[in-house]
Write a protein that binds this ligand. Sequence first.
Ligand code: MLT
Length: 257
Amino acid sequence: MSVSDLGDEPVVVLLHAFPVNRGLWLPVARLVGQAGFRVVVPDLPGFGASPVSDQEPSVEVMAQAVLSDLDSLGIDRFCLAGLSMGGYVAMAMLRQAPDRVSGVALVDTKMAADAPAARDNRYAVANRAETGDSLEFLVEAMIPNLLSSVTIARRREVVDTVSGWIRSNDPAGVAWAQRAMATRPDSQSDLAGFERPALVLAGADDTISPPSEQRQIAAVMPDAELVLVPDVGHLSAIEDPDAVAQALIRWARRATD
Ligand code: MLT
């Protein structure tokens, strides 16, 4: 996979959301790097510069790809943050390599598996992405859900950047990721068993992973701080990089003390 690797240890790994790429995290990565961390930001399989996987779609395959990149970079232990789909991959990494994770930050994500209607919708989106001639339908469907009304009204450059990321995707990568997310398991017991420092962070206006859900995640984790960022929607990392970076730096220091 293709990764950005900035700064000196300890390591913080940042996993991006669907249907964007590692650019989502780069403003936060720079701030976390300036605070004294080595920050690794991969493009997940099928996004940005990383090719689509030829394996059966699953978040476990994405987790294996990230772990294998970290092995190649000589990284054993790391603080792990994932935003939405990146959070699902982080939860799969907790299942596969719990002892390598010094702390976990779950950002605008969900611990539950999909309900049947959500799963059906993913297969419909996957089929449409593969058979259509453009991803414009995804831009139109997702922008109002990915960004808060405040961001949409006041930060045209963020809307344009995220729309551009969605349009530039390989439709095969979009389809593969939707099928992967559709099969992901419920992760509540994995999170309940993770005793090291956790951060549960989300935009206060996130409608995809709303604050009520974030409170539930924080409540099942033994050592979690909950942070809700005002005026921010689902893509908190690009909507308010300063607030997200400050919370991550505090958590990563706690996890590596
Ligand atoms: C994301 O932002 O990664 C997606 O909203 C996740 C999902 O579709 O569940």
